[in-house]
Design a protein around this ligand. Structure first.
Ligand SMILES: C[S@@+](CC[C@H](N)C(=O)[O-])C[C@H]1O[C@@H](n2cnc3c(N)ncnc32)[C@H](O)[C@@H]1O
Length: 238
């Protein structure tokens, strides 16, 4: 038998406070939560996360019931995104999310227009939040050197088609993650993790997206020129 996840019943006198869940204290807490939230009620965890959520949102296109969505949503929880948005089909494949969606705010938009209408007044003082497409598409720019705005919606496509044409048109810019091997793309869940972490590096750790190497080029010997999946805008050209 494998090792049991989490913690057993609370030992000793129960702590006082609204955040504690009597059932979890009594039976133990086997949920996928960090130790600091052990035995906390779900609503108390959400309220605590709400008090310090980051200013980026995550949106995923769900026209084909892509199983990668769950992985994107789980990562959005890990990086404490403001909310996640599902476009297209309302039902999405929750398996990969490992119930992390319960601690987040979920929006559904039936069409790209619905998302753009929402984004037009969802920012601070009811201003617009830009949609930033994440995909390696013709004309996309390198994420590594682009100044990601603090308030933004990072939008991901699905396996196969990637971002839809309508979504691409709605995005202020499309950013690609630089690749160096032979595959056309990386898994959407992996791409989402890289993009969210780029936001964290810039806006939590103050690391400015800089030009790499002389003139913003990929260091010599790594250049993919002529071997990319699609033509892209020059590196280091935000
Ligand atoms: C299989 S990929 C899409 C296909 C890709 N556009 C192509 O030309 O083959 C699915 C999703 O993963 C994400 N993705 C995968 N690789 C990426 C990369 N190198 N840069 C940015 N996003 C990527 C994007 O959100 C994309 O929509």
């Amino acid at each position: 038998m494998g090792e049991e996840i989490g913690v057993g019943p609370w030992q000793g006198e129960w702590p006082a406070g609204d955040q504690w869940d009597p059932e979890l204290l009594r039976d133990g807490d086997r949920r996928n939560v960090v130790d600091g939230y052990r035995y906390w009620r779900q609503e108390a965890i959400v309220a605590d996360l709400d008090s310090r959520r980051h200013d980026f949102h995550v949106a995923v296109e769900n026209w084909g019931h892509d199983f990668n969505i769950g992985s994107v949503i789980r990562t959005a929880n890990a990086f404490n995104a403001k909310a996640f948005h599902v476009l297209g089909r309302r039902r999405w494949n929750r398996r990969g999310a490992m119930v992390t969606d319960r601690y987040q705010h979920e929006y559904h938009h039936g069409t790209v227009e619905e998302l753009t209408e929402w984004a037009a007044r969802a920012g601070a003082e009811r201003g617009a939040i830009p949609l930033i497409g994440i995909d390696n598409l013709p004309g996309s720019r390198p994420l590594e050197t682009y100044p990601l705005p603090r308030e933004c919606v990072l939008v991901f496509g699905q396996e196969g088609p990637g971002l839809s044409d309508a979504m691409r048109a709605a995005c202020e810019v499309v950013l690609h993650i630089e690749q160096f091997g032979s595959t056309r793309s990386i898994n959407a869940g992996a791409a989402a993790a890289v993009a969210m972490h780029a936001w964290v590096r810039r806006h939590v750790f103050g690391q400015i997206a800089g030009r790499q190497g002389a003139g913003g080029q990929v260091p010599e010997g790594n250049a993919l020129d002529g071997r990319r999946a699609h033509p892209v805008q020059s590196l280091g050209d935000p």
